[in-house]
Design a protein around this ligand. Structure first.
Ligand code: FAD
Ligand code: A2P
Length: 419
């Protein structure tokens, strides 16, 4: 007697394209169920944990995360295999019947239309910040230049922003793209390949840097952009470690040529409607996107933009705060600037969170205003603290934080980028 054949389970396996991924950690941070991990080579997805919730898709700045292969479940790629990849494996031929069965079961397990999946039944998005841009943001170009087809830009400026007497070496670096189109928006980033190879002999992977200039150029009308780069001399634990790409960039001279990919990022973007308010909170080089947005608003203000700007900016000392001079020269009725210094001799340590608490009444008013768009960028450690302060301020002023937080995310009004 013929026994019915055991059903062959086929899945659509979620993978990350190692050729496009810029190892920014956004996906791992976003995944609500810890299905994403990484080693020194690749970011990978655990097939047995990923439930296809799609929360990671929109925040990924490059689209590397949106990679799928139809596989027999029993033959899903394991993470050790994925760690060794330099490129995605080709799609293996899978019988039509199996593919059809996969489509049916995958739609079932994903609960229908995948476009709905980043929201829970109650509409919450499970992520800490928005996965959509502000409604009025300009449409960004993403991935115009890739690992396989990077472009070259010429360094036309590199000067130190921090006082020479301080430990922090933060540079303002201007790159010119000549005749090559490289359209960027404030809040986007680019990837830079440092020359040479890592210890395993493979070429260094690209590092990501936020654009510090407005969409129409560091100098209006020029095809250039600027970056704010900190020379990494110690790792996050404080051990001596010369960062590969940051040292390469900080040592560049005028006329040098760098290899660039990008642009990246389609959510951490500024609203275009002129009466929107920008609440910007940053530390160190997290000021790069804030500088870009502020400068774009300054240029637009001359043409009638009326929205308000409030900035909270943390650095070790005044001399280590990038762009201190130019920031202080901005008119007080244009931007409400609040600085927090943590290592001023003889002064108590102050973080941006402390200064935000002092301005709680004003921040509460901004939180209640649906024209307010919030941007947080800088040290990973600040993220938790800043969200905590926003919650405190909201609750003390009669705003229900959980609902407000969800609304800010849903409406693309809270953006966090930490590294
Ligand atoms: P690596 O050789 O990669 O690392 C050397 C060691 O330092 C490692 O142990 C590593 O864990 C540690 N390390 C890595 N980064 C840091 C850090 N920032 N501080 C302390 N220790 C570190 N950097 C900027 O300077 N300006 C920017 O505008 C900027 N924007 C970014 C935007 C995004 C979205 C992301 C994800 C990162 C951004 N970075 C920015 C960080 C940048 O991509 C690099 O990670 C950083 O320059 C270090 O690279 P490296 O090659 O010099 O160090
Ligand atoms: P600290 O003096 O404690 O390092 P960096 O110069 O390393 O880029 O840091 C920029 C600023 O951010 C410094 O003033 C630093 O203070 C501060 N900082 C460090 N950790 C946090 C945190 N968890 N929240 C807010 N600010 C922080």
């Amino acid at each position: 007697m013929n026994m019915p054949a055991a059903p062959i389970e086929v899945i659509e396996q979620h993978l990350i394209d190692p050729e496009i991924c810029i190892r920014c950690n956004t996906c791992e941070e976003t995944c609500p169920i810890d299905a994403i991990t990484h080693d020194q080579n690749n970011y990978v997805v655990k097939a047995d944990v990923c439930n296809g919730c799609m929360a990671c898709i929109a925040p990924c700045p490059t689209g590397a995360i949106d990679s799928w292969r139809t596989v027999f479940k029993a033959q899903a790629y394991g993470i050790d295999e994925q760690f060794g990849w330099d490129e995605l494996p080709p799609q293996q031929a899978i019988g039509e019947a199996a593919t059809a069965s996969m489509q049916a079961s995958s739609a079932e397990s994903l609960g229908g239309d995948v476009s709905d999946i980043d929201a829970d039944a109650d509409g919450s998005t499970q992520t800490r910040s928005a996965t959509v841009p502000p409604w009025s943001a300009a449409k960004p170009y993403v991935n115009l230049y890739t690992h396989k087809a990077p472009i070259q830009a010429t360094v036309v400026g590199n000067y130190r922003l921090t006082d020479a007497s301080t430990e922090s070496d933060i540079r303002h670096i201007v790159l010119d793209f000549g005749a090559i189109p490289f359209p960027v928006l404030e809040g986007q980033s680019i990837g830079i390949f440092p020359p040479g190879a890592a210890r395993d002999g493979k070429p260094h992977h690209a590092r990501q840097y936020s654009v510090a200039s407005p969409r129409n150029g560091e100098r209006p009308g020029y095809n250039n952009l600027s970056l704010t780069v900190k020379r990494v001399t110690h790792d996050h634990e404080g051990n001596v470690a010369a960062g590969v790409c940051s040292n390469y960039l900080c040592d560049l001279r005028k006329g040098d040529v760098v290899t660039v990919i990008g642009p990246f990022g389609s959510t951490f973007l500024m609203p275009n409607h002129p009466h929107s308010n920008l609440l910007m909170i940053c530390t160190g080089t997290g000021s790069a996107p804030m500088r870009a947005m502020t400068e774009y608003r300054r240029r637009r203000r001359l043409r009638g933009a009326t929205g308000k700007l409030m900035l909270f900016f943390g650095a070790r000392t005044k001399d280590e705060l990038p762009y201190f001079g130019p920031l202080m020269n901005l008119p007080k009725d244009f931007i409400d600037t609040n600085l927090a210094f943590s290592r001023t001799p003889g002064q108590p340590k102050r973080y941006v969170q402390d200064v935000m608490r002092e301005r709680a009444v004003d921040i509460a008013q901004w939180l209640a205003d649906e024209q307010t768009y919030i941007y947080v960028c800088g040290l990973r450690g600040m993220e938790e603290g800043v969200l905590q302060v926003l919650q405190e301020i909201a609750q003390r002023n009669g705003l229900a934080w959980a609902a407000l937080w969800e609304r800010l995310k849903r409406e693309g009004r809270l953006h966090v980028e930490t590294y």
